[in-house]
Design a protein. Structure first.
Length: 198
């Protein structure tokens, strides 16, 4: 099911709530922030263990935070950099829109269609119960897939466009999995920022 629309959508789903804002940032803001982040973030590529085998993570990442609290997922522990002025500008706009405060942002750089993020939930214990996750996208559009853990008919996808904001709320991280799948279609670089509170 394709839930994409040019209008703000509030999606009431079993055990979850999503809000998709296609134009949270203007084209000019999106291009500016993409270029700033692409060229000034100290991107890194960590190894990840999947079913006992170690692979290079199929994307580049960086972590920024208000404190020195580390963040761990999939066997990777990241130490945060200090928020830059650009990231604070993005964070302030996201906080105003969501009426939530965030302390940390995980950045992902998808260089082409072979970069991806497999099925997972943002359910690390550091995030607490029913965390609010705010996801901002700059650059090339990519499909965001999500499915319910037990209700097999609940499968959806949204095309995350440049400048968009996706807010995941409620029990979503307990009952749903999401991914950015690989694609063989030609696709440009995309930067995703997921704001969370540790």
């Amino acid at each position: 099911m394709n839930l994409f629309s040019s209008e703000i959508q509030e999606l009431k789903l079993p055990n979850a709530e999503l809000i998709y804002v296609p134009r949270c940032f203007s084209d000019e803001e999106s291009e500016f922030f993409f270029n700033q982040l692409r060229h000034h973030v100290p991107w890194q590529q960590d190894d990840i263990k999947v079913f006992g085998k170690v692979y290079a993570q199929p994307r580049l990442t960086a972590l920024y935070g208000e404190s020195d609290k580390s963040y761990s997922y999939s066997g990777i522990t990241m130490l945060p950099h200090t928020f830059t002025n650009d990231l604070m500008d993005i964070k302030n706009k996201v906080e105003t829109f969501t009426d939530c405060k965030f302390s940390t942002v995980l950045l992902n750089l998808y260089r082409d269609g072979s970069d991806s993020n497999g099925w997972h939930a943002d359910n690390e214990k550091e995030l607490g119960n029913n965390p609010v996750i705010a996801s901002v996208s700059f650059g090339a559009p990519r499909w965001f897939h999500f499915k319910h853990r037990t209700i097999k008919t609940e499968k959806h996808k949204i095309l995350l466009e440049s400048g968009s904001l996706l807010i995941m709320k409620g029990e979503m991280q307990h009952h749903w999995l999401h991914q950015i799948p690989k694609t063989k279609k030609p696709v440009g670089e995309r930067i995703n920022l997921t704001f969370r509170k540790l």
